[in-house]
Design a protein around this ligand. Structure first.
Ligand code: ZN
Length: 322
């Protein structure tokens, strides 16, 4: 199977009450870990590349690695997606360079400008066999170089979604209902603490999601910033020389609930970073004389695979849907 768009994946996910995982890729170990897990669990998967990943690894290297993964895992549908495209030129360059899906994120611009830019990207994408994700509303957190402080995010306004989708022709829509980018999704002041002193974040705004669903029946919704920041990995980082106090994410049960509704794509990046970093720190602490990168990247790759398998089964529900 060649790279596919997300059209068919989303249709089946919407009707089947599950979501497709969109995992960010930056290097070979991450590409391999994600696709091995998806392949073993017979799950469709989206590999996504941010502007920062492209700057780090080079567009060609990333595309060739993803193409290799497609060849190695012929039984599952794989889409290659641009995460947070910020200009027409970047989206065009990715579509011309083999991506099957792009996001144009003009959510920080006024409504009319967001429509205008999104529409331009949609026209180009559709003429070239690719699909487009757009965004309404603003998430808090850190995405590459863009920082939105907690408290300065804005929820999606459901009364805008229908006009936006009608006028732009976009294929899916990312909305803001309280998820957030990065490993520090909420300030301590926004959370409560449980009996173990662990931060408990405010619940997602399911009322906003349901209002959007009503206005866009059958239309795929996307959630960004949906890592759960599992405390076992935060502890692993902290136990082996790291310092990540009060890192907190979105509870997995809430994401599972969203996946049963109109949410067809859930973006997960920080959890993969955490799993890799925790395991590499542990490896270094336990094997101070080792210096062959293969020795510590092997358990890191395995950690990516285990994390993705956990997400497919427990959060996305996409196992067996390839
Ligand atoms: Zn995002």
């Amino acid at each position: 199977m060649a790279l596919v768009t997300t059209t068919e994946m989303f249709k089946k996910a919407y009707n089947g009450g599950y979501a497709i995982g969109a995992f960010n890729v930056n290097n070979m170990e991450i590409v391999q870990g994600i696709t091995e897990a998806a392949s073993e669990l017979k799950s469709p998967v989206i590999l996504q590349v941010s502007k920062g990943a492209r700057a780090y690894a080079n567009h060609k290297y990333l595309v060739k690695m993803v193409e290799a993964a497609v060849e190695e895992n012929p039984d599952i549908p794989i889409a290659l997606h641009l995460d947070h495209g910020d200009s027409f030129e970047l989206c065009k360059s990715c579509i011309d360079g083999g991506f099957t899906s792009v996001m144009i994120d003009a959510s920080s611009k006024p409504f009319a400008e967001n429509i205008e830019l999104t529409k331009k990207v949609v026209e180009y994408a559709h003429a070239h066999g690719a699909v487009v994700e757009a965004e309404l509303g603003t998430l808090a957190g850190i995405e590459d170089e863009v920082v939105v402080e907690a408290g300065h995010e804005s929820y999606t306004r459901p009364e805008e979604v229908q006009e936006f989708v009608d006028k732009t022709g976009c294929d899916s829509l990312a909305i803001a209902i309280g998820t957030s980018h990065g490993a520090y999704k909420f300030t301590a002041a926004q959370c409560t603490r449980n009996a173990d002193g662990i931060l408990v974040p405010p619940p997602l705004r399911f009322d906003v999601l349901e209002e959007c669903m009503k206005r866009l029946p059958g239309f795929p919704i996307v959630l960004h910033g949906s890592s759960s920041v599992p405390q076992e990995f935060v502890k692993m980082v902290n136990d082996f020389g790291g310092s990540m106090p009060d890192a907190v994410g979105i509870p997995e049960e809430q994401l599972r609930q969203a996946a049963k509704l109109a949410v067809c794509k859930i973006n997960i990046d920080s959890d993969i970073r955490l799993a890799m970093t925790g395991n590499i720190r542990k490896y270094f602490a336990e094997n101070p004389s080792h210096f062959d990168p293969r020795q510590y990247l092997k358990p890191a790759r395995q950690a990516v695979k285990d994390m993705v398998a956990h997400k497919i089964i427990n959060v996305l529900g996409s196992n067996g849907q390839a």
